[in-house]
Design a protein around this ligand. Structure first.
Ligand SMILES: NC(=O)c1ccc[n+]([C@@H]2O[C@H](COP(=O)([O-])OP(=O)(O)OC[C@H]3O[C@@H](n4cnc5c(N)ncnc54)[C@H](OP(=O)(O)O)[C@@H]3O)[C@@H](O)[C@H]2O)c1
Length: 236
């Protein structure tokens, strides 16, 4: 079996279920050494054991937790050369029912946490002249939907960060990819029950998490001279 990611180390956030777990499985099967992050240590440890991965539990909404995670991860010899910023906070509410705290929480997890991790890992990637940073955006990073004030603002912000990094990193050997999926059938939808709500994609018409993982794999397994800037994935 070919192992296109043998010798590479990947850090994947939100990897205990859903899209992050599918990404972890794909990258692990391709030979990458995995470090997985999520809040719930029990389910994270179970998935990590399954995949032979390192599990680091922590809340990406907490700057203090992120500092602790970075201190564990960022060792020059073993620091990841693949970072997948996947963990995300998704809640629906009209603008006037969105509290400033809810907006701040979405921005903290969906934008500031990726920024903190990128900032911590980029110097080593730059000095090695090699690295892949994949940010999981959303259709909501470029389209507006009702009740998406907090989520849409955070994902638009993530896309802006991505665009700035592309401008800064061209030619350094560090590649940045934004993967923007449409609706994906994961536990993110459990509390919303889209099947019972008008205007929402029914779960059996959503993408699979594996389809998003395949997009990530496509981007990071290209030859060094090929940069996959943006992958927008939707159900055909
Ligand atoms: N599902 C969709 O329709 C869809 C579409 C477009 C984009 N996306 C994006 O894809 C990404 C993954 O979504 P998903 O559908 O796979 O979600 P999911 O099924 O809810 O899984 C979320 C993962 O992130 C972890 N996580 C959540 N909040 C965290 C925090 N504060 N700190 C650390 N880990 C945290 C969760 O574990 P713990 O709960 O244990 O922390 C879990 O492993 C998100 O960025 C989402 O915005 C999803």
């Amino acid at each position: 079996m070919s192992a296109p990611l043998a010798g590479r180390a990947a850090l994947i956030t939100g990897a205990s279920r859903g899209i992050g777990l599918a990404i972890a499985r794909s990258l692990g099967a391709a030979g990458a050494h995995l470090t997985l992050i999520a809040r719930d240590a029990k389910s994270l440890n179970a998935r990590a054991t399954e995949l032979g991965a390192r599990a680091l539990s922590g809340d990406l909404g907490s700057p203090r937790d992120i500092e602790r995670l970075i201190a564990t991860i960022n060792d020059d010899a073993t620091a990841p050369d693949i970072l997948v910023n996947n963990a995300g906070l998704f809640q629906l509410a009209p603008v006037d029912a969105t509290s400033p705290e809810a907006l701040a929480a979405a921005i903290e997890v969906n934008l500031v946490a990726p920024f903190r991790l990128i900032r911590a890992l980029l110097p080593v990637m730059r000095s090695r002249g090699r690295g892949d940073i994949v940010n999981i955006g959303s259709i909501a990073d470029h389209m507006a939907f009702p009740e998406n004030a907090a989520y849409g603002a955070s994902k638009h912000g993530l896309r802006a960060l991505h665009d700035v990094m592309r401008a800064e990193l061209r030619g350094t050997g560090v590649r940045v990819t934004l993967v923007s999926p449409g609706p994906v059938d994961t536990s993110l939808w459990d509390a919303i029950d889209p099947d019972s709500r008008e205007g929402f994609t029914p779960r059996d018409r959503m993408l699979s998490a594996d389809a998003v993982a395949a997009a990530v794999m496509y981007a990071i397994t290209q030859p060094p001279e090929v940069d996959v800037e943006l992958v927008r994935v939707s159900r055909s």
